[in-house]
Design a protein around this ligand. Structure first.
Ligand code: PMP
Length: 336
């Protein structure tokens, strides 16, 4: 038995390829900075994360008052959907949270026969859409979109807010955060949970038009980010060179893992991140996941009826864990 829920957390000691977590720990500078702040935790934290906000503002070239920081980007996304999620347009498959929290949604599919690539020029926004969501790079396939058509879409659909979820932008892709000051209908969210290895510290942020940033920031006076979280975030963002170097290592491990799966006869799809989609057909992904779970390997069947039962999202672990995963998988497939 493990104490790990689907939502994460817990003390599971096997191999966890489940939640799109970065297998690398926080960088040393982040750990040291957080430890220093633990010893100062008799003092309240910065309620509006001002130093972190200044640093982010300088790095992305968007004014400070357009930035909203909170305890993880999921919380921010939920707030945005509460406000604007009446009629949502999604590119599916997408981050599982979105269909769950949209009041109603329409969708356009990314297709396996096109390697899940999609031209944003082909986006069709139905009348009445309040929120159109683009996840770049996309979860669960790890592909990136060419964002060149976005300014035109923003102009042609002034009544629709476009949310670009850049949770994985530290790994690949072109950010559109710098466009926010120009477009009143563009919302960009980011997190330090992924490329920056700080998922457990819970640091997310958004770059929003002024009225939305003001509204969200005015609800932030309850000190949402603990002192160690703010310190770890600042220390990590001050060392983006290390984060870039680590992203390249993660991508190399991901490519090597995908090649191992192909050697086992599994179909894999292109990615720019540290996770990818694999089709285990004729095997059933949920059944394989169950067998692997009994061997302390947690993996994510996609469970998307439009894609068939063989699809799985695979996140790279450290190379030695990938080796154990592939060896176990080989055994499981041989007896499936
Ligand atoms: N966006 C996407 C696309 C994600 O995959 C995730 C988490 N897996 C999040 C947002 C939320 O991340 P967090 O709450 O850790 O910032």
């Amino acid at each position: 038995m493990t104490s790990l829920s689907e939502k994460g957390g817990g003390t599971f000691s096997g191999i966890k390829l489940l939640l799109c977590e970065n297998p690398l720990p926080p960088i040393d500078e982040a750990i040291t900075a957080a430890q220093t702040e633990i010893a100062r935790s008799n003092y309240y934290t910065e309620p509006y994360s001002a130093p972190l906000r200044q640093l982010i503002s300088r790095q992305i070239g968007a004014p400070e008052h357009l930035i909203h920081i909170n305890a993880g980007s999921e919380l921010i996304l939920r707030q945005l959907f509460d406000r604007f999620g009446q009629q949502v347009h999604l590119l599916t498959p997408t981050y599982v949270l979105f269909p769950e929290i949209a009041r109603r949604h329409t969708e356009q599919r990314l297709l396996p026969e096109r390697d899940f690539a999609f031209d944003l020029g082909d986006l069709i926004i139905p009348d009445g859409t309040t929120l159109a969501v683009i996840v770049n790079p996309n979860n669960p396939n790890g592909g990136i979109f060419d964002m060149a058509p976005l300014p035109d879409l923003l102009r042609r659909h002034p009544q629709t807010r476009f949310l670009v979820d850049e949770a994985f932008i530290g790994l690949a892709g072109q950010s559109v955060a710098h466009l926010v000051p120009e477009f009143p209908n563009l919302l960009v969210t980011r997190t330090l949970s992924k490329a920056h290895s700080l998922a457990g510290f819970r640091v997310g942020y958004g770059i929003f038009p002024e009225a939305i940033a003001d509204d969200l920031n005015s609800h932030n006076d309850a000190y949402p980010l603990a002192r160690p979280s703010q310190a770890a975030a600042i220390a990590t963002l001050q060392h983006e060179d290390q984060i870039h170097a680590r992203a390249a290592r993660l991508q190399a491990w991901t490519e090597a893992l995908a090649a191992e799966l192909r050697a086992l006869g599994v179909r894999t799809y292109p990615t720019h991140t540290y996770f990818f989609l694999a089709d285990f057909a004729p095997h059933d992904a949920a059944e394989l996941a169950e067998r692997l779970r009994s061997r302390d390997i947690l993996i994510k069947p996609l469970n998307d009826p439009a894609l068939g039962p063989g699809f799985m999202r695979i996140t790279t672990a450290l190379p030695e864990d990938n080796r154990r995963f592939v060896d176990t998988l080989r055994e499981v497939l041989a007896h499936a």
